[in-house]
Design a protein around this ligand. Sequence first.
Ligand SMILES: Nc1ncnc2c1ncn2[C@@H]1O[C@H](COP(=O)(O)OP(=O)(O)OP(=O)(O)O)[C@@H](O)[C@H]1O
Ligand SMILES: O=P(O)(O)OC[C@H]1O[C@H](OP(=O)(O)OP(=O)(O)O)[C@H](O)[C@@H]1O
Ligand SMILES: [Mg+2]
Length: 304
Amino acid sequence: MSPIAPPSGRDRLRVAIQKSGRLAEPARALLASCGLSWRESRDRLFCYGESLPIDLLLVRDDDIPGLIADGVCDLGIVGRNVLSEQDLANRVDGTGPRFRELQPLGFGGCRLALAVPETWSWRDASQLAGKRIATSYPQLLSKWLADAGIDAQVVLLSGSVEIAPRLGQADAICDLVSSGSTLAANQLKPVQTLLESEAVLAGPAADFDDARAELMELLLRRLDGALRIRRSKLLMFQAPRELLPTLLPLLPDAEAPTVMQIDGAERLALQALCHGALTWQRLEELKRAGACGLMVLPVEGLLA
Ligand SMILES: Nc1ncnc2c1ncn2[C@@H]1O[C@H](COP(=O)(O)OP(=O)(O)OP(=O)(O)O)[C@@H](O)[C@H]1O
Ligand SMILES: O=P(O)(O)OC[C@H]1O[C@H](OP(=O)(O)OP(=O)(O)O)[C@H](O)[C@@H]1O
Ligand SMILES: [Mg+2]
């Protein structure tokens, strides 16, 4: 029997991820950091789970919600933008909800935004009334327009949406934005965010009632740990003892630091596990407040 046939025994978990594209490598790397390893099929479409009974199916990202809904896959890693669009479509045609978001995964960040030509002077969304808006996300756009009480025409395009105003196909667009450089290159400006997106773990609307429930719990627990480690950094620095009350409030998302005395009692060496973003700005603030020898180290493992 081919390993890609729909699973008959329900003692393995099948996770769909993007075969190639923006989410492919980060999805695989995240699952590998949860201790999963696989043996790849010759056609590179299926990866058999070796360390755990969790297999991968490598597909187009747009197919992932449908594969979950049809029970071909148990879970999937896909952008919230794709999941929400297909969820709305299912709700509109009366077949949904058929899947749900289980866990945001912290990569593939972007937003679905309305953008208009740079030459427009933008006041508010009522300016879109009667206009044509090009998008690959007709459900999300139509719902947003309906909620805002705006009557506009949705023009469906499957790609290269940003060029539509220049080609005279549309007056405005609604597409994914990350750095904003594609909009700028097409003389467009973002004016309204419809959805903040990132890659998410998706699963079926109903809970599993067999061995997959336990496997899913295990995967969610490991994902939670792996994501926490990714966000965590170990910060080390030295400071005069009397500056401690000034420095500690600059570490709001740190656990209680380990404090060691050096040079008698006057100088301290500190190490703090920080769970938020340790930006350059934050490090500069600490330095200005008297910390020196600042060092940020990645965390490889955490066991509370
Ligand atoms: N500019 C961006 N920055 C960050 N994330 C993005 C960006 N554009 C898209 N994404 C996210 O990555 C997902 C996959 O994008 P990609 O361009 O690889 O998709 P695709 O071309 O539809 O791939 P496929 O061939 O699998 O259908 C998007 O659905 C979105 O969630
Ligand atoms: O704000 P930016 O950083 O410029 O990113 C936004 C662009 O990225 C995505 O396209 P992608 O590069 O994946 O091309 P494609 O969708 O046409 O394949 C998206 O559809 C936008 O066009
Ligand atoms: Mg796609």
